[in-house]
Design a protein around this ligand. Structure first.
Ligand SMILES: [Cu+2]
Length: 126
């Protein structure tokens, strides 16, 4: 499935930056080697977000167990193309980093009573 996905990309020769993220059962985003996970990318950069999701205590009717919406820190508005839903297991999303600035990624699925604490700082450099 991943191979097919990549083969269909018009810019398949440009290597995207791979970011591995866990959306965990305890309603937290986690990244290997980071106590407080944080993502830093460059504006316009192609990002392959590889997400491993594990079920919390509740999930959506469609089977989504966590989400990831990118919000601009200044006004909490959503960044187009960065509103993702995760199923259990590993999945990949090819994304384009937005304009430079400070952002926050938030979970959009009520995944447990700790859902409100499921967020992650994202910085986009020029
Ligand atoms: Cu969640």
């Amino acid at each position: 499935m991943t191979v097919l996905f990549l083969a269909l990309l018009p810019y398949a020769d440009a290597q995207p930056r791979v970011i591995e993220l866990t959306a965990d059962h305890d309603s937290r985003y986690k990244m290997a080697g980071q106590r407080t996970p944080e993502i830093t990318v460059r504006a316009g950069e192609q990002v392959l977000l590889r997400v491993t999701a594990r079920k919390g205590k509740s999930w959506n009717r469609d089977g989504s167990i966590h989400g990831f919406a990118l919000l601009r820190a200044k006004d909490r508005s959503k960044v187009e193309g960065w509103d993702l839903l995760f199923k259990p297991g590993t999945q990949e999303f090819l994304l384009t980093a937005p304009e430079p600035g400070e952002y926050e990624a938030v979970c959009t699925v009520i995944c447990s009573e700790d859902h409100e604490g499921m967020h992650l700082k994202v910085t986009v450099l020029p």
